[in-house]
Every structure is written in C-alpha cells, then in structure tokens.
Write a protein that binds this ligand. Structure first.
Ligand SMILES: [Mn+2]
Length: 272
C-alpha cells in the first residue's frame, strides 16, 4: 500500500519527492510501536481528502512517489543510521518514522549534497542528551549528535528535558523555545538557507495525538503546528520527516490520521 495520491514507481524519475518508511523503534525507552507507523499512516491516508482548502492545492498537483519501507529491522542503532544514509533517494525525501533516531541518518545522508543545511525540529523534547540508557545513538540523543556535528538547530514546541539539556539548548541551538512561532528576524534568516524539517508528533498535545511513546502534557494544537509550518512556505526544503507515531497506543486511530493529514500538508506546502 502506498500513500494517498502517490505516483506509481515508474514515474519516479519525474517525481521530485520520495516518501520513504523508516520502521525502527529499537531504542524506544518507554513504549515501543513506532515501527508500525509507516504502514498505519499510509492506511490512514485513505481516509483523508487529497485537496487542502487552505492551500488550495491537491496532491494531484505534486509529483511524488512512495518508495515503500527501508529494511531496518534487527539493526543496531548506529547501523540503522548508516543504512538510511546510504539509501538517500534523489530529490526531496520525506521519511515516515519510526523513532526520532532516523532523523540522524536522513540529515547525515543529505549534508554531503547540502552542506549548509539547517535543521528545524518540532518536538516536546529537547533530544539533546549526550547518552541515554548507555546509547549514544538514540531517540533521546539525536539532536545532540547533530549539534555536535556542527549543524545549526532550531527547536520549537520544547517543554521537556533535563536541566543540562535546557542549558545546552540555550548555548548551542540557534533557537529553542516552547512556542511554535518563529521570531520574524529568524524566519527571514531561514529563507536564505536550505532546511531539514523534523516533526515529532509529540509536539502536539496528547489529547490530540495520544499515539506516541513519550507523551507530554500541555502541547500544541494541530492548527498551531500547521501555522508554524506554513510560515516556512517558500523556503528551500531539502528533506523532511514525521516521527514517533505509535499507532497501537491510540485505539481511536486519530494519531495516524492526523499524521497522514500532516504529511499531506507538508507535501502540498513544500512540494515543487
Ligand atoms: Mn519527542
């Protein structure tokens, strides 16, 4: 099964965006299940419209293919990151996680061709630990590895982490805040540089999107997240992901449907 409106694989050459599933949740600390997200998001996409009235754009206007799932099961975290890095599709990739660790492989896979990449992260959590549960490559350390690698990082929606992580965010991130709106001056700066957009679904309030491993109270509304993404319309987007959907933790199914809507909006907003 492919995502709603995806062109057949034969049209891949013409497509500028490739959707790729990254079903991996081996380092999940609290509740696993995000490895089932790519399939659940594709299934949920059948229940939504291809047309976005706000953007007045339809998925039929955006040439994209669905490359299926990468084979990541059974790999150690560092091996999984390498596997993603090696299988980077041409053009603009949109990864369906999987846990947040997959972002490390995606960004590292892109930096050789996009050396001045800036990462924008929507997340409840800082993900800036140096190590977590004995692992240096983990969902809780992913942004630390990127910052240590010299990548400029912008964090939005942040409301959980250790004292040390918050201190690090203040000194090492370009910007880190609880709110989702970019300051105008920063928004202007981001227009001059290619961006990687990473959306952890736990940036949303758990009442909206309960199907995730580490829910944090008092999160954002869906409209607020869309508004934040729309403020980057017209920017140069080099890659994107939607991570940490754990379908089995939400028997109502709404988290997967919200994720499918979010993927549609990202395709319509940032597709050619
Ligand atoms: Mn998170």
């Amino acid at each position: 099964m492919t995502f709603l409106g995806a062109r057949p694989p034969g049209a891949a050459a013409a497509a500028r965006i490739t959707l790729l599933g990254a079903p991996y949740d081996a380092t999940a600390s609290f509740r696993r299940g995000s490895r089932f997200a790519p399939g659940a998001i594709r299934r949920a996409s059948e229940s939504i419209e291809t047309y976005s009235p706000v953007l007045d754009r339809d998925l039929a206007d955006v040439p994209f293919t669905d490359g299926g799932d990468l084979r990541l099961e059974g790999l150690a975290p560092a091996e999984m990151v390498k596997a993603i890095r090696r299988q980077m599709p041409p053009g603009l990739p949109l990864f369906l996680g999987g846990e947040h660790t997959i972002t490390l492989g995606a960004v590292q896979g892109l930096t050789p061709r996009v050396p001045d990449l800036v990462v924008v992260q929507w997340d409840a959590h800082t993900d800036l630990r140096d190590e977590y549960a004995g692992q240096r490559t983990s969902h809780a350390t992913v942004m630390r590895r990127l910052v240590d690698g010299g990548l400029p990082l912008v964090q939005l929606g942040i409301r959980a982490g250790t004292r040390e992580e918050f201190a690090l965010a203040r000194t090492r991130c370009v910007y880190s805040a609880r709110g989702l709106q970019l300051p105008a001056a920063l928004g202007d700066r981001l227009r001059d540089t290619p961006l990687y957009l990473s959306v952890d679904v736990d940036v949303l309030d758990p009442a909206i999107a309960p199907g995730t491993g580490n829910p944090e109270p008092d999160g954002a509304g869906y409209g607020e997240l869309l508004q934040s993404l729309r403020s980057l319309a017209g920017c140069r987007i080099a890659g994107m992901d939607v991570v940490e959907v754990a379908p089995a933790l939400d028997p109502s199914g709404r988290t997967a449907i919200i994720a499918a809507s979010l993927v549609r909006e990202m395709l319509l907003l940032f597709g050619p």
